[in-house]
Ligand binder design. Sequence first.
Ligand SMILES: [Zn+2]
Length: 132
Amino acid sequence: MSRVSVSKSKVRSAARNASLERQTQRFLELRRGLEQIDYFCKGTVLKRMMKCGKAQCACASDATKRHGPYFELTYKANGKTVNVKLSPEAAPLYRAAAQQYRKLKTLINRLDKLSKTILRHQAKLAESMRQD
Ligand SMILES: [Zn+2]
């Protein structure tokens, strides 16, 4: 009876090790993705067409005659929305950087999840080696 339970626990621990090995490989793979991240920037680039406010200007009555486009970067800092004006030249740079930021966040979330799984495995492994 006790031999059966020992072998079962060995099988379980072998499966755990194989799974840990896979998770570790996946972690290293994802971590390499961090090196692919280019300059990044939190936020979203908005493109706006504006009314100038002059009553006699065409923009006042015709939405297609509004001025612009004007670009701005918007993001939250300390719970407040921050808007930063961008030149038309800067806009694509920041748009690409914002995309990199989202990519980085996704990557970090995955690494975080995977790390927690691996840490749980490692803790179990360490606990199984405890000598009372
Ligand atoms: Zn106008």
